[in-house]
Design a protein around this ligand. Structure first.
Ligand code: PLP
Length: 395
């Protein structure tokens, strides 16, 4: 199976760099390679490209250019988006509220703070994979400094009511005359649902370029003007001393082109992905028995299907799909390959068995109805075989 023949249904893990993005990046490796912090003309070309990229990204998010900090990706943005305000507000309170279904980039940042003496509350979602705004508001204490709730879940694709959460938290902060920083991990949401910082009412927001047709290893953190923030990566004075290190000019330019295009095509792509998602899900439900759909089917990313098969482990199923040329995953890429049950599915109240048997198929604009039908056909063949095998093995 060559890469060209792969039926790629893992767009939540990463996406192909779009040709126009690669083209926009190219000169910054070859001719326009100056360090944006230097003073001569060659460097100033790079500086100008960074400024333009910052304006483009800010435009899509409805932010001011000065509120955009370029980073090395979603993980760094999440780490800094939580630890930055937590460290800056440490004299005011050392409590963080988050949810039990966050990406590990958030969960492990919060755990790191716990190891340093902070306290944390992990709010659980309902069985539908959606966190209730009142539950988050109820978790806020007098010493809460940071609240972090993701906009779209990377495993089950459920959309979280971030705007309502931010509204409740801000209301509480205002009535108590203190500051509570609200962060959202919007890594999976960009290009799929609207991501406008004022509509969401958040102070900090994370994005990662490789999830929307940009390159890997670059992202951004939006920091609303006036938000207390202590840098966690220190050294030079880049990014107005909020994130030290020579900027990844080519990557940043690529991200800005990809983000603008993702926003331009968002509604068209979302409609196409949703139609394919519905075809895929109904195909699986028609052709395979004893399937559980994970996460709400309405408040969900347009391209996400996540199902658990009773009596089948995810790993052999994913291997079978791979042999048939289908690239899919069992949740977050970081836990794929290990037999750990998904922490997201456990948080939804799924059993260990079902949390180990989930398959995530995430569609993109390039997928076709023929590919969807092929995947349904392949699964309909594989699942009964694997069930029979595991039954025979347990005898
Ligand atoms: N947050 C979410 C929701 C993600 O899905 C991912 C990547 O899978 C990340 C953060 C981490 O992003 P990156 O791969 O750019 O570090």
């Amino acid at each position: 199976m060559t890469p060209e023949q792969t039926v790629y249904m893992d767009h939540a893990a990463t996406t192909r760099v779009l040709p126009e993005v690669a083209e926009a990046m190219r000169p910054f490796f070859t001719e326009r390679y100056g360090n944006p912090s230097s003073i001569y003309a060659l460097a100033q070309q790079a500086r100008q490209a960074l400024d333009e990229a910052r304006e483009r990204c800010a435009g899509v998010l409805g932010a001011r250019p000065g509120e955009i900090v370029f980073t090395s990706g979603g993980t760094e943005s999440d780490n800094a988006g939580i630890m930055g305000p937590a460290l800056a507000l440490k004299e005011h309170g050392r409590h963080v509220v988050t949810t039990s279904i966050e990406h590990h980039a958030v969960l492990h940042a919060v755990e790191l703070l716990e190891s340093l003496g902070w306290e944390a509350t992990y709010v659980s979602p309902g069985r539908d994979g959606i966190v209730r705004p009142e539950d988050v508001a109820d978790a806020v204490r007098p010493e809460t400094a940071v609240v972090s709730v993701m906009l779209a879940n990377n495993e089950i694709g459920t959309l979280q009511p971030v705007a309502e959460i931010a509204r409740l938290v801000k209301e509480r902060a205002l009535s108590e005359r203190r500051f509570i920083a609200v962060h959202t991990d919007a890594v999976q949401a960009a290009g799929a649902v609207p991501v406008r910082v004022d509509d969401l009412g958040v102070d900090l927001l994370s994005l990662s370029a490789h999830k929307f047709g940009g390159p890997k290893g670059v992202g951004l953190l939006y920091i609303r003007r006036g938000t207390p923030f202590a840098p966690t990566q220190v050294g030079g004075a880049q990014e107005r001393e909020r994130r030290a290190g020579t900027e990844n000019t080519a990557g940043i330019v690529g991200m800005s082109v990809a983000l603008e295009r993702a926003e331009r095509e968002r509604e068209t792509n979302a409609a196409a992905c949703a139609a394919l998602r519905d075809r895929l899900l109904s195909g699986i439900l028609e052709r395979v028995d004893r399937v559980e759909v994970n996460g709400d089917t309405d408040a969900r990313l347009p391209g996400n299907v996540n199902v658990s098969f009773h009596g089948v482990e995810a790993e052999p199923l994913l291997m079978g799909l791979d042999l048939a040329g289908v690239a899919a995953s069992s949740g977050s890429a970081c836990t794929a390959g290990s037999l750990e049950p998904s922490h997201v599915l456990l948080a939804l109240g799924r059993s260990n068995e079902l949390a180990r048997s989930c398959v995530r198929l995430t569609l993109g604009a390039e997928n076709t109805a023929e590919e969807v039908d092929y995947v349904v056909e392949t699964m309909a063949g594989l699942v009964p075989k694997l069930r029979a095998l595991s039954k025979a093995a347990s005898r």
